[in-house]
Ligand binder design. Structure first.
Ligand SMILES: NC(=O)c1ccc[n+]([C@@H]2O[C@H](COP(=O)([O-])OP(=O)(O)OC[C@H]3O[C@@H](n4cnc5c(N)ncnc54)[C@H](O)[C@@H]3O)[C@@H](O)[C@H]2O)c1
Length: 263
């Protein structure tokens, strides 16, 4: 059933009283997304293996007012993941939203990439997304529904960056189809699963690029809109996908790419 009131359409974007877990929420995009979800009214759990940074983020005034908390979570450790979701539901009585945001990149030419590094990227970027999704879904199925947003990338659709990044591109490509498959499997449970695919965004993940003006200029030249994204550019897509305005959107990956993929 449609959930937008045409006379008050923005009400469909409010998340008052809802509980959201953001993996990798201590820094960068996850922190920005957590702040925006709190701003829309949600109680936000920043789940990160950088626990001190997650705690500092949760105490930040924009997230504060009792609406944010930090939880230690390594998305490659299934036992911890299960414990965190159980603890969140025990503390707040519900789990409405999961943002599968934790991610890493190890840029190497394919012939030089150590197998351990390949596995590390897959473990965090792909298996971590799957494990968090299925533990969240167990609670969402019991409760009658929920929303999951996975962090994909323009590299989910493209094999070409400035530097070789085979493990990252492979993992993010897989996130695209994981998103579709879980969306179909869990649609009968009223769980919507979508993804957001950002372009290069000014966070620590690409700090190696950001320190080099010539690389930044080369990246900007690849962007039809002529600039890189800031974390604030990405949150609107996430807010839409978790909102009641997106009640008929599932299995979709929404690029926020400044036109990169349109070329
Ligand atoms: N910055 C970009 O250009 C860009 C572009 C497209 C997609 N993304 C994706 O956005 C997501 C967020 O990245 P970011 O740019 O904010 O990077 P970031 O490095 O600023 O933040 C990543 C966060 O993930 C956490 N993390 C890493 N491994 C973890 C683990 N095993 N368990 C728990 N937490 C872990 C880190 O502690 C950190 O807080 C990633 O999935 C990334 O691939 C980023």
């Amino acid at each position: 059933m449609a959930e937008v009131d045409l006379k008050d359409p923005l009400a469909a974007f409010r998340l008052d009283g809802e509980v959201a877990v953001v993996t990798g929420g201590a820094n960068g995009l996850g922190r920005a997304i957590g702040t925006a979800l709190a701003g829309a009214g949600a109680i936000v759990v920043l789940a990160d293996h950088e626990t001190a940074a997650a705690r500092a983020a949760a105490e930040d005034s924009a997230l504060g007012r009792g609406r944010a908390e930090a939880r230690a979570m390594d998305v490659t450790d299934e036992a911890t993941i299960a414990h965190v979701f159980e603890a969140v539901v025990a503390a707040h009585g519900r789990l409405d939203i999961l943002i599968n945001n934790a991610g890493i990149a190890l840029r190497r030419p394919a012939v030089e990439l150590e197998l351990d590094d390949w596995h590390r990227v897959m473990d965090v970027n792909l298996t971590g997304v799957f494990l968090c999704a299925r533990h969240a879904a167990r609670h969402m199925i019991a409760a009658g529904g929920g929303r999951i947003v996975n962090m994909a990338s323009i590299m989910s659709f493209s094999g070409g960056g400035l530097y070789p990044n085979i493990s990252y591109q492979s993992s993010k490509g897989a996130v695209l189809n994981l998103t579709r498959a879980l969306a179909v499997e869990w649609a009968p449970h009223n769980i919507r699963v979508n993804a957001v695919a950002p372009t290069w965004t000014r966070t620590r993940l690409i700090s190696g690029f950001l320190e080099q003006p010539d690389v930044v200029a080369a990246l900007e030249a690849m962007m039809p809109l002529g600039r890189l994204a800031d974390p604030e550019d990405i949150v609107g897509a996430v807010l839409f996908l978790v909102s009641r305005a997106a009640a008929m959107v599932t299995g979709h990956t929404l690029p926020v790419d400044g036109g990169f993929l349109a070329q």
